[in-house]
Each structure stands twice: as C-alpha cells, then as structure tokens.
Design a protein around this ligand. Structure first.
Ligand SMILES: Nc1nc2c(ncn2[C@@H]2O[C@H](COP(=O)(O)OP(=O)(O)OP(=O)(O)O)[C@@H](O)[C@H]2O)c(=O)[nH]1
Ligand SMILES: [Mg+2]
Length: 312
C-alpha cells in the first residue's frame, strides 16, 4: 500500500551525532569549504592554504595557514612535494583537527600546487587514523596548462589510494552550466554543485552510520556526480533523466549508484522505484543504494543527487 515518506528518525534508533569535518585544501578547495559555511548546519568547516590573504577573506570555522617548507630531498612524485611538505609544517594543527572528527569531507580544486599535494597528505594522515574520508574533487579546465592537468592526475591517483570515495567533477562542466559567467562566479556554481553530496551525506549521517554507505562503494571508489531537479507529475522520471547526464566517467561502466532523493513530506516513497527504473534503463548492471531526504519546504518538487561509481 502507498504511504507518504517516513522520517529517518522514526525508522532508526537514536544515534550519536557525528562530528563532520569539511576541509578545503588550497585556494579553490577553501572556497568550496567556505560555500558550506553559510548553508549547512552541524558541519565544521576548515580552510588549509598557504595564502594568508585568501584565508582572511573566508568565514570557515577554522583556518590553518600552511607554511611552505623547503627540503633537500625530493620524492619520486616531486610535483606534489610543495603541498605535502607544507602540511608537514602544520602537522600538529592538522592532527588536532582530525582527532576531533568522525567523518571527513576533503575538498580540493585538483591541479594547484598547494591544494593537490596538501590534500594527498591530509588524506594519508586521516586514513592512518582510520577516519572515513570522502573527496570532492574538481579537475582543471581542459584549456588550463598541461602541468595543472599532470598535477591533478597524479594527485587523483594518490588520493584514490586513500579515500573511501572520490567524487570527481571536471571544471569543464561549467562551460555548459555557466557559459556566460565570469570565472569567479562560475567557480561559485562549481562550489554549489560539490556542496550537494556533502549536505546529503551529512543529513543522513546525523541519524545513521556512514559505514554501510562506504562499504557499498568498496572496489568502486572513483565516482562522479549527477544532479537533477523537477516539479510536476513526472518529476521523479524527469529529475532522474537529468541526473543521468554524468559530466565525467561518460565512457566508463558504472557499477555502483547511490542516489539521494530529496522530496516533500507528502510524496510517496514508492515513487523512488521510478528513479531506480530510469537508472537501470541506462545502466542495466548497476548496483543501487538510495536514501530519502525529507525537505519540509518542498511541495511537488524532487531533487535527485546521483553518485555514480566505477571500478578502479
Ligand atoms: N570549485 C572551485 N575551483 C577553483 C576555485 N579557484 C580555483 N579553482 C580551480 O582549482 C584548481 C587549483 O587552483 P587553486 O586552488 O587556486 O590552487 P592552489 O591549490 O591554491 O595552489 P597554488 O598554485 O599553490 O596557489 C585550478 O585548476 C582552478 O581551476 C574556486 O573558487 N572554486
Ligand atoms: Mg593558491
């Protein structure tokens, strides 16, 4: 029998509210974290950068100024050394932050010297502590320099060794979504896109453990993000079709899909099956997991936030 959506609270026993950290590395990553300071509640936002002027402009809960270190020895991946060594110079502060967390979201505009290397080092430190870490990572525009792309690819390779889930979006998505906007405003659009998974996971985490969601992605930790929103009679179908326009991993087999369905309290939970049917049509082999988020302010609107992952 159809019934309106239940709140997660009714379905699950009480659960300790986790300390969720949103840590941005480098100037782009810090801007992403800053975008989450204003909207989401219950998140601890942290900015990590070597640019003091940039840090001053942010409203994150905590700011850590990295002091770049010079070292005689170079690692085999020396293009990341700048950011890695910079974290070493602030290791105590970074560890103090990580010690207080239950889950970490790591945000970075891959391709920059500071953000890429420092995110790799922070991810390593977090994993050593057994902290679950989800990365929200942008890739440089195709027209940016080859060296940025090289740094980004190397950073991604190392991050995939540490992260439980790496959600990747190429900046080129902005050429379609915000072609008329100046760069700074276009980046704000990117910051907003990458904020969606953080707020969705966090809403669920307040009442549930992250373990099952991350276990689901084991073996398929490289993911991308699809977003869709619709109103009206066919909203579940339309929002899912929009979310299935994945900006990355277009040519990769998608093995796992986690979607969050944000909907008003008067929707019918059975309609989530429409989302699954639509996803199966495009990706017949996919394994799927979903979570419903009830938005009291939504009437007749559905948002689908799809995290689609491939094997690595
Ligand atoms: N989403 C988003 N991406 C950004 C933003 N600013 C820069 N980026 C992208 O992030 C990548 C790295 O740039 P930065 O974050 O400025 O570089 P950095 O890590 O501070 O490294 P440095 O070169 O040492 O300053 C670039 O490829 C940019 O395209 C931003 O505000 N938001
Ligand atoms: Mg910078």
């Amino acid at each position: 029998m159809d019934h309106p959506v239940d709140t997660e609270e009714e379905a699950n026993p009480p659960h300790k509210r986790p300390n969720i950290g949103v840590l941005g590395c480098g100037s782009g990553g810090c801007n992403m974290a800053n975008a989450l300071t204003t909207g989401a509640t219950g998140l601890r936002t942290i900015a990590l950068d070597s640019n003091a002027e940039h840090l001053k402009r942010l409203s994150t809960d905590l700011k850590i100024l990295l002091t770049p270190q010079t070292r005689k020895e170079k690692s085999s991946d020396s293009i990341l050394d700048h950011g890695i060594y910079a974290v070493w110079g602030s290791k105590k502060e970074v560890l103090r932050v990580l010690n207080g967390l239950d889950v970490l979201f790591l945000l970075v505009g891959l391709g920059g010297a500071t953000g890429t290397g420092s995110s790799v080092e922070v991810a390593r430190m977090a994993k050593k502590k057994g902290l679950p870490v989800i990365g929200l990572l942008s890739l440089p525009f195709a027209v940016e320099s080859n060296s940025r792309t090289e740094v980004a690819q190397l950073g991604l390779k190392h991050l995939l060794e540490e992260l439980d889930l790496a959600i990747v979006l190429p900046n080129d998505v902005l050429l379609e979504l915000a072609p008329e906007l100046p760069m700074a405003q276009a980046f704000s659009v990117m910051d907003e896109l990458l904020a969606h998974p953080v707020t969705c996971f966090s809403t669920i985490l307040i009442k549930n453990d992250i373990g099952p969601m991350l276990d689901f992605f084991s073996g398929s930790r490289l993911a991308t993000l699809g977003l869709g929103s619709s109103i009206g009679k066919r909203k579940f179908e339309m929002a899912t079709q929009e979310a299935l326009h994945l900006p990355y991993l277009r040519d990769s087999p998608i093995q796992k899909g986690l979607f969050f369905a944000k909907m008003g309290p008067n929707e019918f939970i059975e309609d989530v099956e429409i989302v699954m049917d639509e996803v199966f049509k495009r990706h017949p082999e996919i394994q799927m997991l979903h979570r419903v988020i009830v938005e009291d302010t939504y009437s007749n609107r559905v948002d689908i936030i799809l995290i689609a992952a491939t094997n690595i």
